[in-house]
Ligand binder design. Structure first.
Ligand code: GAR
Length: 194
């Protein structure tokens, strides 16, 4: 059973989908053992409600210090890190230490609509402004760039041209809640084959 730390900055609906999947599937290959937020985040309450140790860190101490604090909390305790709406940039040393063991969910079809400033509603606004016919979500490994790591899995949807950015966000989020647990399970299955 893989032990997973989930890093969040917001409401934690993706965190909830990971918890729900792991608890309602008897063959789930992972369990969430730790939730870490870089700011007071609604998702911390979801973790507490589920009985998962939850930690609030101070991102204002700087990127290196934040990464050190995270590493200290989870070293030897977890196998994978999932960034589920985590908005701080992790420092490169931390990413090297956890190479191929950090995944991120992004609310668009990378490599499009990624990079600095592309998070949350900014992404959906940019997608609509571009006139794109489809959007979706991507789970990828985290490397030293922003949203540039190897893509593991994607789901897409057709955009209704009458949708607002909020409606697009809502529809993409539904896909995220399927894609993220499925992808984590896929990595567990791959790991158990080697
Ligand atoms: C999700 O849509 C996630 O894809 C996005 O933040 C939201 C978090 O929602 N992440 C990014 O934009 C990262 N670039 P949640 O807190 O309800 O899971």
């Amino acid at each position: 059973m893989l032990r997973v730390a989930v890093l969040i900055s917001g409401g934690g609906s993706n965190l909830q989908s990971l918890i729900d999947y792991s608890r309602s599937n008897s063959d789930a290959g992972y369990e969430i053992t730790s939730v870490i937020a870089d700011r007071p985040a609604g998702g911390l309450e979801k973790a507490e409600k589920a009985g998962i140790p939850a930690h609030l860190l101070d991102r204002k101490k700087g990127m290196e210090s934040l990464a050190d604090d995270i590493h200290r909390l989870i070293y030897g305790q977890v196998d994978y890190i999932v960034l589920a709406g985590f908005l701080s940039i992790l420092d490169s040393l931390f990413i090297e230490k956890w190479n191929k063991r950090i995944i991120n969910i992004h609310p668009a079809l990378l490599p499009d609509f990624g990079g600095r400033g592309m998070y949350g509603m900014n992404v959906h606004r940019a997608v609509l402004a571009s006139g794109a016919k489809e959007s979706g979500c991507t789970v990828h490994y985290v490397d030293n760039g922003i949203d540039t790591g190897e893509i593991i899995n994607q789901m897409s949807l057709e955009i209704d041209q009458n949708w607002s950015a909020e409606q697009l966000q809502k529809e993409v989020l539904k896909l995220e809640h399927i894609l993220l647990p499925q992808t984590l399970q896929l990595l567990c299955d791959r790991g158990s084959e080697t």
